[in-house]
Design a protein around this ligand. Structure first.
Ligand code: TA6
Length: 279
């Protein structure tokens, strides 16, 4: 594995190796288990943008709670309910295929050991490109390298680090959303998007520039290639039910996910890129 000067390999456990990135512009950590960006801190303000659960499991037995899980080749529950939620890529080993430093930061390209898996019959070539600089850019590219078209879904399921969910607002979304907590009831996005309880909203949105405003700072998020933006906070009961989440962890995180919840169909040799840029 050829790493650039700004990237080092740290072993968190025998199943979880972590790339530690430090260049002139930012610091980041990326787990090769799951192709999972765990941390991003630009040097201009040294403020961590991503939230990682202090109870996250780092032994390779389950997806890491926090950071930016790579959900693929489906979002949420598999239609048959026979396979793990959010697909199987976030529990796969990925490996570095390119690692380059430049004056705009470090670019690391990762590929999974394989992209076939139970519950999906497409023949896909998958690449994750993580660019660590003044911004963090995460791009998931799916290419159809098979002999027939296939449909897939997924998400860059980002957990953002906030000060206090009860004083946090999300800006930039309009139109309708589906409220998963009320059997996907269709609702209108509120003007002032605040959080008062469990929130699990699928915005059928192509809005691309969002802002999380939390006491003392804001985080800008740009999405490309999504058919939905998913907004999730488990609140207290769900937090208490998750062993890899502190009981009060919900107060300090908000998921804003660039997602494909409606499905993208790729013809032979076609490719699609899902991008999230964090500023
Ligand atoms: O993206 C929101 C969501 O689909 C929620 O319904 C909740 O299940 C969350 O993802 C976390 O899922 P996980 O499988 O990581 O616990």
């Amino acid at each position: 594995m050829q790493l650039s000067e700004s990237v080092a390999l740290l072993s968190a456990s025998n199943q979880v190796d972590i790339l530690v990135v430090e260049n002139d512009l930012a610091e980041a950590r990326i787990s090769l288990y799951g192709g999972h960006t765990l941390s991003y801190k630009p040097k201009r303000d040294h403020r961590e943008r991503l939230w990682e659960s202090q109870d996250a499991v780092l032994d390779g037995t389950k997806a890491i709670r926090g950071g930016i899980p790579v959900c693929w080749p489906w979002f949420g529950d598999h239609p048959s309910k026979n396979w793990p939620a959010h697909g199987y890529m976030r529990t796969q080993q990925w490996h570095v295929v390119e690692c380059v430093d430049s004056e705009t930061g470090s670019v690391i390209k990762l590929k999974p050991e394989f992209s076939v898996g139970p519950g999906f019959d497409g023949n896909a070539d998958l690449t994750l490109t993580v660019s660590v600089g003044n911004e963090l850019s995460v791009q998931l590219t799916t290419k159809n390298v098979g002999a027939q078209s296939f449909e897939f879904g997924g998400a860059l399921h980002s957990y953002f680090n906030i000060e206090d969910i009860s004083q946090t607002q999300l800006h930039g979304l309009t139109g309708d959303f589906l409220d998963k907590t009320e059997n996907y009831a269709r609702k209108v996005t509120p003007e002032a998007y605040r959080f008062h309880g469990e929130t699990d909203n699928i915005h059928l949105s192509t809005e691309s520039v969002l802002t999380i405003r939390t006491p003392g700072f804001s985080i800008d998020i740009e999405s490309l290639g999504q058919d939905s933006i998913v907004v999730w906070n488990p609140w207290i009961e769900k937090s208490q039910s998750m062993t890899d989440m502190p009981d009060y962890g919900y107060q300090f995180m908000l998921c804003v996910e660039s997602a494909i919840t409606q499905g993208v169909t790729l013809a032979v040799n076609e490719q699609h890129t899902l991008t999230q840029v964090i500023k």
